[in-house]
Design a protein around this ligand. Structure first.
Ligand code: ATP
Ligand code: MG
Length: 642
């Protein structure tokens, strides 16, 4: 997509250009990123492009520069794209009206919201927490924070009062933005009431701004709570953008908590901006008329980078959806794609697996002709889900990008560039320019060559690298930079195939060692999911007298496959046979438990650390379960444990 003057390396279109950009970006990062960053609006240019001491966990990008990211998301586009659609909002309830905002309208609404925040005492550097449904005001409020130099911390609006209080207190937020209530499928949730409960233990909060959404009556606390629509009634539709330093914090975002207590990841202004824009345009090969839909909630990093910042920086049209994939029925995603002519669609394996389990008619009755590129993020996508997505959604004609990245990386790190670099089932693919992945042995030495596997680490700073964990830099150093000095440690294991493509095999903590053979969870689950009886599975290791570790598999069956107890032995035998055929005898599960649900984080990822405790028979302490979606699932699994 052309920006004022697109430099040579800002947009890759062929495999040759990819190799050239890759080489330059990793060997001469200052030259490369200096060129890519040039077309943005800078109030003052940088003095240095990158300065980095990975061992100390200290990196700066574009130091000395001054800018405001919202001038790059909004003001910069007004001259040429003022009347172009910036944002499409599709509500939960199909009967409600959707909303469309042009770049000019979005700009005005962001400025209004920014003025309301200023009038309510928010100053540059203050932290503002947002606990809101997926409505346009969430995007607007995020950008309003950035406009005035406040640090946004979005908390997924499904978290409990305790989880909110933890995050608000960790950041010492001064102001919270919420709504009266939210819709999620057939459920309605009184969000403001949850915030009220949380704030009983949050002394730093002086003000709560409430956005009216469902028109519900709420208890407004005098001196603390204000209605957004009242505050916005007569504020200006312009608001000067605060001049920020390149390394001023832009936002705090807590990780999903799959492996432990969530970490308050901090991203800063200039590097994150360049990375969000660059990865968005190149991975999805975005064109001027694309309508981009990322289904992730803005409470997760995927929503930050690919619902808000990436698309708006690139001058694209972004779609926000308030609802869930199965409401009013399992055709909703596809209905929305046809309705708004979505051309790039980005979702998570958990959603695909859920929709795969539904009758195929739900997808086949929509045309999906507008689609051009489809993507996946959040977990390894197993081969069966990859093929279903490719065949029934992409119709075999849309490149499928499986994008590996983390909250800490700010944007996509390893992925195909749609239609340009190779895309193969169960492989994230080649690294993006600027990303230098290595495979490490446990002793920290690098593994050379292909057809190898090890701990995935990154050897050089990229623009979106995590800068710190909020209020506790040492935690960032200990988690990411100290384990293997000189590298950013991802915590994931990976394999490099014969073509140099990366395959993520699971979390390092979850690796299972059977008689000296190391297995990633993803590869055994991938095999189990090939079984015709199975829709989803999770495997963990447990202590085994002979093998060191045994394999414990939790399996969810396809509808109708397991009607009663008598069906179970047949299914277990079939699963074992499938794994033996796919991987070999050594990966044969020792125990198989058929379950109706798996413990997942609220972002839809399997929490294997809880399953490991159950497999080990140690259910007295399950660790931090605050980010668990449905605790009842855990009780059921414990009851049926083998
Ligand atoms: P925590 O760090 O608190 O345990 P989390 O790692 O689940 O939580 P995120 O930053 O949301 O929090 O997720 C990043 C992780 O998700 C990656 O480290 C990886 O394990 C997994 N992941 C994301 N995308 C992919 C993908 N395309 N393929 C395989 N794994 C992926
Ligand atoms: Mg993580």
């Amino acid at each position: 997509m052309p920006t004022p003057s697109t430099p040579q390396h800002a947009r890759i279109r062929t495999i040759e250009e990819y190799h050239e950009a890759y080489h330059l970006s990793t060997r001469h990062p200052n030259e490369f990123w200096g060129e890519v960053a040039a077309p943005f609006t800078w109030r003052r240019k940088w003095e240095t492009v990158m300065e980095s001491d990975m061992a100390a966990g200290e990196t700066t990008w574009f130091a000395g520069a001054r800018l405001n990211i919202t001038e790059n998301c909004l003001d910069r586009h007004l001259a040429q794209r003022g009347n172009k659609l910036a944002l499409i909002y599709e509500p939960n309830d199909i009967k409600e009206r959707h909303l469309r905002l042009t770049y000019r309208e979005l700009y005005q609404r962001v400025c209004q919201f920014a003025n309301v925040l200023l009038n309510n005492g928010v100053e540059k550097g203050d932290v503002v927490c947002l606990y809101m449904p997926m409505i346009p005001e969430l995007t607007i409020a995020v950008l309003a924070c950035a406009r005035i130099g406040a640090v946004h911390s979005v908390i997924f609006a499904g978290f409990s009062a305790t989880a909110i209080a933890d995050r608000v207190n960790d950041a010492r937020a001064k102001l919270v933005i919420t709504s009266d209530g939210l819709n999620r499928g057939a459920k309605q949730i009184p969000v403001k009431r949850v915030v009220d409960e949380a704030l009983e233990t949050c002394p730093s909060v002086r003000r709560v701004v409430v956005v009216e959404h469902l028109g519900w009556p709420v208890q407004m606390q005098a001196e603390r709570d204000v209605w957004y629509h009242e505050e916005a009634a007569d504020v200006a539709k312009t608001c000067p953008a605060e001049e920020m330093k390149a390394e001023d914090p832009l936002f705090i975002l807590y990780t999903s908590g799959s492996t432990g207590k969530p970490k308050g990841v901090v991203h800063t202004t200039a590097g994150y901006m360049v990375w969000a824009d660059y990865t968005f345009r190149n991975v999805f090969q975005v064109e001027e008329n694309d309508v981009f839909w990322c289904t992730a909630d803005i409470g997760w990093v995927t929503g930050h980078t690919y619902t808000i910042y990436g698309p708006l920086l690139a001058g694209s049209t972004t779609l926000m959806f308030e609802g869930i994939p199965t409401y009013p029925d399992a055709g909703r995603f596809w209905e929305v794609i046809d309705k708004h002519s979505v051309s790039v669609f980005y979702t998570a394996p958990t959603a695909i697996r859920a929709l795969m389990a539904e009758p195929l008619d739900n997808v086949l009755s929509y045309s999906l002709d507008s689609l051009r590129v489809i993507g996946s993020v959040g977990e390894p996508i197993n081969e069966e889900a990859w093929h279903w997505y490719n065949e029934h959604v992409g119709k075999g004609r849309c490149p499928l990008v499986d994008t590996w990245w983390q909250t800490e990386t700010g944007g996509i790190m390893i992925s195909a560039l749609a239609g340009v670099t190779p895309s193969k089932p169960a492989r994230a693919g080649l690294p993006l320019p600027g990303v230098w992945p290595v495979l490490l042995r446990p002793d920290g030495t690098e593994i050379e060559g292909n057809e190898e596997e090890g701990y995935l680490a990154i050897k050089q700073a990229w623009p979106g690298i995590i800068r710190t964990t909020w209020g506790d830099h040492n935690r960032a150093v200990q988690t990411y930079f100290a384990p293997y000095p000189g590298y950013y440690f991802t915590g994931d294991g990976a394999r490099r195939d014969q073509d140099g493509l990366y395959r993520i095999i699971g979390r390092v903590d979850d690796v299972i060692n059977v008689s000296g053979h190391r297995f990633g969870t993803a590869e055994i689950e991938n095999a189990i999911n090939e079984d015709p009886n199975v829709i989803e599975s999770a495997v963990v290791g447990y202590p085994h007298e002979v093998k060191g570790q045994g394999i414990y598999a939790y399996v969810i069956c396809n509808e109708g496959a397991c009607r009663n107890e008598a069906d179970k032995p047949r299914i277990e035998a079939s699963v074992i046979e499938t794994v033996v055929a796919e991987i070999g005898k050594i990966a044969r599960p020792d125990k198989i438990q058929i379950v109706t649900g798996l413990p997942k984080t609220r972002s839809g990822k399997i929490m294997r650390r809880i399953l490991r405790k159950i497999a080990e028979g140690d259910t007295s302490t399950l660790g931090d379960t605050s980010t668990l979606l449905d605790p009842a699932v855990v009780d059921d699994i414990i009851k049926g444990a083998k």
